[in-house]
Design a protein around this ligand. Structure first.
Ligand code: 5GP
Length: 236
């Protein structure tokens, strides 16, 4: 597999073309941003950890019937993935009130939600990724009803699988953001990443935050939290 020209550089990853028209290579960076790019920094080793953690979780999901973009991890920071067009939605699933939901609904962080919450944000940096509902999504042409129903179905299944898996490692899955993509033949698969950048992970016993909120909120020991997640998931 040959790594060809860079297709795209995002806040946390670069994507490269390959000599196979159906495959891309993702390269994870240590750069960290928050609040729509207003806060910038570096989390040493983050690229390696997110690459490995995301692949580990995607493998588990794939084994349990969720189609993902994962093909093969080829280095500490690089993974071959299926070529997709990203559906421009952040799909957010919440089990416990935190972050923007806690603020918007006036709930104390840590309150167990009476029902799992599914939210969609329209991926548009200039607009600050606004919260949208299904009708906005149809109006924008971001996804059809059939596609959105399938995405919602996957999102809830992923929630069950991830929550159960992490619970055994004393990690509580508070909330997370996932993204889906469409392959050239129109199949919808899980894409992007699942990592401490995109999930809230709290230690089940101490309640300690083991995710990017340590960076966003200047809580200190950011690298330590990312390492702890890798250690619990991969044993190193
Ligand atoms: P909130 O809406 O509370 O800020 O975020 C909810 C969940 O989705 C959190 O786990 C957060 O990490 C994730 N999330 C939401 N938007 C983004 C985003 O733009 N980038 C990343 N990395 N995660 C996000």
């Amino acid at each position: 597999m040959k790594k060809l020209e860079q297709l795209y550089e995002g806040k946390a990853k670069k994507v490269f073309k390959t000599d196979d028209p159906n495959l891309y290579i993702v390269d994870y960076k240590d750069d960290a941003t928050a609040f729509n790019g207003l806060k910038k920094g570096t989390i040493e080793g983050k690229g390696v950890i997110n690459n490995r953690v995301s692949n580990h979780l995607m493998k588990m999901l794939e084994k349990n019937g969720i189609p993902t973009h994962l093909v093969e991890e080829i280095s500490e920071r690089e993974t071959i993935v299926k070529k997709v067009t990203i559906i421009p939605l952040e799909v957010i699933v919440r089990n416990i009130a935190a972050g923007s939901l806690a603020k918007r609904l006036g709930m104390e962080e840590g309150t167990k939600l009476g029902h799992t919450v599914l939210e969609f944000c329209y991926k548009d940096d200039a607009l600050g990724d606004p919260l949208v509902n299904e009708y906005h999504i149809y109006a924008l042409g971001a996804a059809t009803k059939e596609e959105l129903d399938l995405i919602a179905d996957y999102a809830f299944k992923i929630n069950q699988l991830l929550s159960d898996y992490l619970k055994d490692l004393n990690i509580e899955l508070i909330d997370y953001k996932i993204e889906f993509g469409k392959t050239p033949d129109g199949t919808i698969i899980l894409a992007d990443e699942i990592s401490p950048d995109t999930c809230r992970f709290w230690d089940s016993v101490t309640g300690e935050k083991l995710d990017k909120d340590r960076f966003r909120r200047d809580l200190g020991n950011v690298e330590g939290a990312y390492h702890e997640i890798m250690k619990r998931l991969l044993g190193e």
